[in-house]
Each structure stands twice: as C-alpha cells, then as structure tokens.
Design a protein around this ligand. Sequence first.
Ligand code: SF4
Length: 347
Amino acid sequence: MSETPEPHPKDFARPALREHFAAEGWPKYRADQWAAWVYARGVSSYDEMTDWPVELRAEVAERWPLDVLAVEDVQVSSDGTRKARLRTADGHGIEAVLIPEAERTTLCVSTQVGCPLACSFCATGAMGFTRNLRTSEIVDQVCHMKAVAAPEAPITNVVFMGMGEPLLNRAAVEEAVHLLIDQKSFGIAPRRVTVSTAGVVPQIEPLLEAVPVSLAVSLHASRDSVRDLLVPLNKKFNLDELLSTLRSCPQITKRRPVFFEYTLIDGVNDSVEDARELIARVRGLPCKVNLIPMNAHADSPHGPPSEAVMDHFMGELSRAGVTVTLRRNRGADIDAACGQLAARDAA
Ligand code: SF4
C-alpha cells in the first residue's frame, strides 16, 4: 500500500477547510468561496472561479489540483442509470452509480476499495478488501457524478450503498456527510442522505449521533441460520443483537424510520416462513422494508425468485402492516445494480 497522501481540501468539511486555508496564508473566507465554486456550482477548473484573482487561482491550483479521482468510463443503461468507473491516485478502481427516477435522482457512492464483509451474493464482497476510501475520494465521486447527471435531473439524494461497508470507514463517511448537507457546500437535505450498513452494531448509534442521516440496514434474512450464510458478519453480531440495537436508537423514529434492504434469493430466503419471521423481527420498530430481487452475477450461483413468489412474500408483509416496497433493479444491464459493483478491472 502506498504512503498516506497529503490532505486535500475535499477531505475536510468547511470549518476545518477554513483553518487549512489560514495555515497556507490565505483568508478563511476563500475556503467558503472554494466550497461554493467546487461543491455548489460544480466547477471543474480554477479558471472558472472568476471572483478570485488570477494569481491566487494559480497558487491554490498548484497546491491542490481539483480532481482527486480520474474518471475512466461512464456506462449508460437502457433505463437511464449511469455507472462511472473511477480510479484513485494509487491505481484502484471504484464505482459510483446514478439512478434517475421520476421525482429524484439518487447517487450511490462507494466507501471502500472492495469490502471485507464477503456477503455471499455480492460481487464487491468477492473482490476482497484493499483499503478504506478517504473523505476526498468519497466526495470526489459526488463532484464527478454531478457532471455526469443530466442537467434536467440533478442529484437530489445520496446513498452510501456502493462498494464497501460504510460503518467500517465511519470517520471518513461522517466528514463526507457534513459536506453533503452543508448548505454552503452540496446543500442536500439530510433526510435525502442514507448510510447503509450490513450490521456493524457498535458503530450504528455513534453514526446516528454524529450525523442526521437515514439508516439503511442490509438485512437479507430473518433467521440467523440463513443470515450467517448470506452476511457472514451475522456470526459476530446476530439478528437479536442488531434489532435490539436499532430499537434502542432514539434517532430512529416514525419520521426517520430505518430502511431494511432484503434481497430476495430463490429458494434461500423467500419462503412464507421467512416472511413471517421478518414480520415478527421488525414488529413495532419504525421501519420500511425494501425487497430487492437478487441480481444474477458471475460470482454467485444464486438468482431471483419468480414474480409470483416475490408478490407472495410482499403480500405477507403488507397484510401484517409492514411498509414494504418491491424495488425493481436498475442498471442491471451494465452491472450497476445492487450487489453487482466490482470494478472488474480494478488494479
Ligand atoms: S453487500 Fe455490502 S457489506 Fe456485503 S460484501 Fe457487498 S459491499 Fe460489502
């Protein structure tokens, strides 16, 4: 692994950035202007910062080039989903996915190169783990994807659900969230930022205390015997422990429910018994369940259940009063759907 590179302005939320500007001998208000140009307006060059003297632009540009990641490729799915493959300065491939829908455009960002949690249905998990991404590498995904988004469909929502387990990189994720929700930076409403976890139990409440985000939990099974196989982290933090931690979080309320992601896998977790167990597990907890048909990919022998089985599973939950949606996969033709991100030619 390469040495830790020097900090970049995209590593810091604005208060810290102001201190870094001061340390370089530049007025603190220039940091606010920098954030406004780079995050709010999305400029791609210092030349566009027209309220800065030319000499200052040259000086700061030499110290801190704007780009942290290089964009290698952008693929566009038949449904409009766009997936970018980006490369870190030390040569690792990561992916970010933009999902335009009728009333919003959601950006899904990566937080690690690979992932150590090795969920059995996930292409990222099959890559193994290389390293955590820095805040600047998370934030630069947003900067680049702002340019990739169609002008009539700008980014409205950000989900930390790409490659990696965000709660194993919590400090970098929290700093990125501060920039996303800062009105003088990206200015995204906090309720439109969602951090996902496979269930890193000790980090859940600290995250929710630090940043006002929505939480998504990749549940994928309602019985420990099944979840142990799908999400090996379950052997460390089992369903009882995970659910009781969620129930004890004061930040999870009816206004900010927890989102449970449940990938439906043919013959594995899609039975009526699985549905009933799931109902019992989430009863009384402010939550929404998102059912996701599994995406077939080269690294897994599994696939999605039939439409009839999925409808039946959803019906069980719905009749029990659980708020549930069946999410159709987006971007599956370009390997951009959930569990498919693998940056296959990554270094
Ligand atoms: S599903 Fe998420 S936590 Fe599990 S291996 Fe894939 S990226 Fe990691």
